[in-house]
Design a protein around this ligand. Structure first.
Ligand code: F6R
Length: 608
């Protein structure tokens, strides 16, 4: 999704803004631009396409002298990805320039009103109304002008504003869109994502909804929505710059796949202390916990698929009903939620618009909210009653890997923790399950090491046009994620099916040479899976079996086999996804795809 950066200090702003925008490239974008305030007013350059074009157009920023400015990467919503629609947008009198993330819902009305007042629109964006409103309300006082403008806006926005009359001053405004201020020495920054800040400063302030800030080289002034001065804590970011760089790997995705053992270690180890799972972050009282009669897990995309695994683990161990619902559905379905509902929200970024909306919907109905989130200070982490962070570190590749696996691990850990607190498992079983979870980092490392043939398998299968993933129980949860991974980075059409469901229609698509990836790790249902494999083989399919290490039976039917290390069966999905991530990676590489930035996708989906 769109990215924002802002800088004010004593150094040249443009190179710093361009560098910040490069750090945000991973989020997915289709055009970019910068505006710098200098002696001769505001200079702006923008272009469709990649940051490289912007660097070329500005001679690495050298053409834009000035010590403060704003930059943007745009992911088109209102209007095509053209030079004109790219941000920043400038007022007709060239006094103001702005960058904006989010959607202005009342832009059509504002646009008509401003046109009637004589303002000339150059783009098709919703954003442009903001810059003309600034111009309209301007009386010489920057802060008042920003406040009057913002008061007219409906929707979600993170805004960066500069004014030619106030060189060195930036305004940053947040309403339902991530915006973080960077605190430096004689220079200050803002960005929609900490990855754009950490090479400059690790001291940050997370703006909250309704707050805005004025940044100058000398300091940051914070205000609430009424304009009253407020204080906010400066937080230290724990991620380091190496974590946001490729470190010798060809792609961020491969690096992040390989980082999974250490990400899991960071996520699990601090939570198992002296033979107990300690989740201080989940401080629900005993009384409230005993009152919970239903759990709903909600999320989008891969986070939702992590939730599918979570449902199996929690329901199995805690014997409590668990619903799993896509956030984009939950938010509109008038859900049966009350104060006896525990809502578990899963999100890597913590900024996914649908997930936030579903969460607010349930919160209004009294649900207790536990968020499983990777990004500290994100909107979801702030809205939740309880937050368990996945300590995966920054995830740069658009397709999630370590984000997903740490979510699964936290859900598994939570399932065991809750089962113990609810008295649904005895001490021996608790210890046994906890030991398994403690072994997750080693398990995942073994899942990587066990399959040196994945590159060859990818060579063999990369030109398939349609693929089906089939599985039962938690194998099915892994199918959903495995299939998404393959389609989103290699653009191969792929579908995940509960294996028993195949014959209710989809089997019509099984024909000679069709690739079926059959996940058969849940051994209680292995025989059922073998029957499904026979059914598809009888129709000419080519089967890539995924089975537990040591399983010889699978070789009787499958054409090729991927091995998965053994763990407690209810936790299979974690180890199982690892070779599937690698397989997708190598297939995408064979097909020459842009692995870290697949077409049409954005890292964090901050609009509906
Ligand atoms: C797929 C992927 C997406 C995200 C989804 C939710 O690889 O990354 O499906 O899982 O957009 O994002 P978060 O977890 O940030 O809420």
């Amino acid at each position: 999704m769109c990215g924002i950066v802002g800088f004010t200090g004593r150094r040249d702003a443009a190179p710093i803004l361009l560098d910040g925008l490069s750090k945000l490239e991973y989020r997915g974008y289709d055009s970019a631009g910068v505006a710098v305030g200098g002696q001769s007013g505001i200079q702006m350059v923008k272009t469709s396409g990649v940051i490289k074009n912007l660097k070329e157009k500005t001679h690495d920023g050298m053409d834009l002298p000035g010590h403060s400015g704003i930059g943007h990467t745009r992911w088109a919503t209102h209007g095509a990805p053209t030079d004109l629609n790219a941000h920043p947008h400038m007022s007709n009198n060239e006094k103001f320039a702005i960058v904006h993330n989010g959607i202005i819902e009342n832009y059509a009305v504002l646009r008509e009103e401003l046109k009637e007042k004589g303002f000339i629109f150059k783009s098709e964006t919703d954003t442009e109304v903001i810059v003309h409103l600034l111009d309209f309300y301007y009386t010489g006082d920057f802060k008042t002008t920003v406040m009057k403008t913002v008061a007219r806006l409906e929707g979600s926005y993170a805004l960066g504003v500069i004014c030619a009359d106030f060189p060195g001053h930036l305004f940053a405004v947040r309403e339902a869109g991530p915006l973080i201020l960077g605190v430096g020495v004689d220079e200050h920054y803002f960005a929609s994502d900490v990855t754009a800040l950490i090479s400059h400063t690790k001291n940050v302030i997370y703006l909250e909804d309704g707050q805005f800030a004025q940044l100058t080289p000398d300091g940051i002034s914070l205000y609430d929505s009424t304009g009253a001065a407020i204080e906010a804590p400066v937080t230290r970011v724990v991620w380091d710059i190496e974590a946001a760089e490729k470190g010798g790997y060809e792609h961020f995705m491969l690096k992040e796949i390989m980082e999974q053992p250490s990400a899991l270690k960071a996520t699990i180890e601090p939570r198992i202390k002296q033979g107990e799972i300690v989740l201080d972050e989940f401080s629900l009282s005993e009384e409230d916990l005993q009152n919970i009669n239903k759990i709903i897990i909600t999320a989008c995309g891969s986070a939702y698929y992590a939730g599918c695994q979570g449902k199996y683990a929690i329901e199995e161990l805690c014997r409590i009903p668990v619903e799993i619902d896509l956030a984009s559905e939950l938010r509109y379905r008038n859900p049966l939620v009350d104060d006896k509902t525990l809502l578990i929200v899963v999100s890597q970024s913590g900024e996914t618009a649908d997930t936030i909306a579903a969460m607010k919907e349930c919160k209004d109905r009294g649900a207790k909210i536990l968020a499983i989130v990777n990004v500290v200070g994100s909107t979801i982490s702030k809205l939740a009653d309880h937050v368990i962070y996945t300590w995966a570190g920054p995830e740069i590749a658009v397709a999630t890997t370590k984000g997903y696996s740490t979510q699964v691990a936290v859900l598994d850990l939570f399932a065991v923790y809750l089962a113990k607190r609810l008295g649904r498992i005895d001490d021996a079983r608790y210890q046994e399950l906890m030991d398994c979870i403690r072994q997750f980092p080693a398990l995942v490392q073994r899942a990587i090491d066990l399959n040196p043939n994945l590159m060859q398998l990818a060579e063999q299968y990369h030109n398939k046009e349609n693929v089906f993933f089939i599985g039962r129980y938690n194998d099915y949860a892994a199918c959903l994620e495995g299939s998404l991974k393959l389609k989103e980075i290699s653009y191969i059409h792929s579908e995940a099916y509960a294996a028993g469901e195949l014959k209710h229609g989809t089997i019509a698509l099984i024909e000679e040479g069709r690739l079926v990836i059959a996940l058969c790790c849940y051994e209680r249902l292995f025989d059922k899976m073998m029957s499904n494999i026979k059914e598809v083989k009888a129709r000419g399919a080519c089967v890539l079996g995924v089975a537990l290490e040591g399983n010889r039976e699978i070789f009787k039917e499958a054409d090729d086999v991927i091995a998965v290390p053994r763990t407690e069966p209810i936790f299979n999905a974690l180890a199982e996804i690892i070779p599937l991530q690698l397989f997708s990676y190598y297939v995408a590489k064979e097909n020459g795809c842009d692995i870290d930035k697949p077409k049409n996708l954005a890292k964090s989906v901050t609009v509906e």
